[in-house]
Design a protein around this ligand. Structure first.
Ligand SMILES: CC(C)(COP(=O)(O)OP(=O)(O)OC[C@H]1O[C@@H](n2cnc3c(N)ncnc32)[C@H](O)[C@@H]1OP(=O)(O)O)[C@@H](O)C(=O)NCCC(=O)NCCS
Length: 162
C-alpha cells in the first residue's frame, strides 16, 4: 500500500484516549494563545458531561496519529463547544467538519436540545466551519477576547438539535 493512501484516507473520529493527551495539548497550543497542557486536558476529560473526540488518520507502520480534537460539555440538555483545534498541517481538509459532525450526531442521539459556542468574530476559518454546519448567531460580546488581534468581539452561535 502506498504512502499516498495514508495521506488521503479520510480521518476516523473516535473518543480521545489518555495516551492522546500530550499530542492534543500540542495541537491546542498551535491554535490558541491560551494553552491547555496534557494534565489540564486529563482533568477535563475525567469530568461529568465531557465529550472529547479525536480525529485520526491511519499512518504507516500502524500508527493512528491525532490530527485534531474537540471538547464539548453537556449540562442538562444543552451542550457547549469548549474547544476545537486541528493541527495546522491538516487544516482545510475536512477534519474540523468531521469532528463537529460526529459530535452533533452523538448529541442528537443523546436527545440534547442544542449546541452552542463562542467564536472570535475575526476567526474566518472557524466561522466558515460553523456556518457550513448550520450554526446561527444568537448573541455578541464586544471586547470579550482581550488578547485578540481584532476588536475581540465574541459571537455566540447555536444549532438546535430537536
Ligand atoms: C477552525 C478549525 C478547527 C477548522 O478546521 P478545519 O479542519 O481546517 O476545517 P474544515 O477543513 O473541516 O472546513 C470546514 C468548512 O470551513 C471552510 N474553511 C475552513 N477553513 C477555511 C479557510 N481557512 N479558508 C476557507 N474556508 C475554510 C471549509 O471550506 C469547509 O467548508 P465546506 O464544508 O462548506 O467546504 C481550524 O482552522 C483550527 O484548528 N483553527 C485554530 C483553532 C481555532 O480557531 N478553533 C476554533 C475556535 S472557536
Amino acid at each position: 500500500m502506498s504512502f499516498w493512501w495514508f495521506w488521503t484516507a479520510p480521518p476516523v473520529v473516535e473518543d480521545a484516549l489518555d495516551e492522546d493527551l500530550p499530542k492534543l495539548a500540542e495541537i491546542h497550543e498551535s491554535g490558541f494563545s491560551h494553552q491547555w497542557d496534557a494534565d489540564e486536558l486529563a482533568r477535563l476529560k475525567s469530568q461529568d458531561g465531557i465529550l472529547m473526540l479525536t480525529a485520526r488518520r491511519a499512518g504507516a507502520y500502524g500508527t493512528r496519529n491525532p490530527l485534531g480534537f474537540l471538547v464539548i460539555r453537556t449540562v442538562a440538555d444543552e451542550a457547549e463547544v469548549l474547544t476545537i483545534a486541528v493541527h495546522p498541517r491538516h487544516r482545510g481538509r475536512g477534519v474540523g467538519k468531521k469532528l463537529m459532525q460526529e459530535a452533533i450526531f452523538r448529541l442528537y442521539g443523546d436527545r440534547c436540545a442544542c449546541l452552542f459556542l463562542e467564536v472570535d468574530a475575526a476567526n474566518e476559518a472557524a466561522l466558515l466551519l460553523y456556518r457550513s454546519l448550520g450554526f446561527r448567531q444568537v448573541g455578541e460580546r464586544k471586547g470579550y477576547y482581550r488578547e485578540a488581534d481584532g476588536e475581540g468581539t465574541a459571537l455566540v452561535m447555536r444549532i438546535d438539535l430537536r
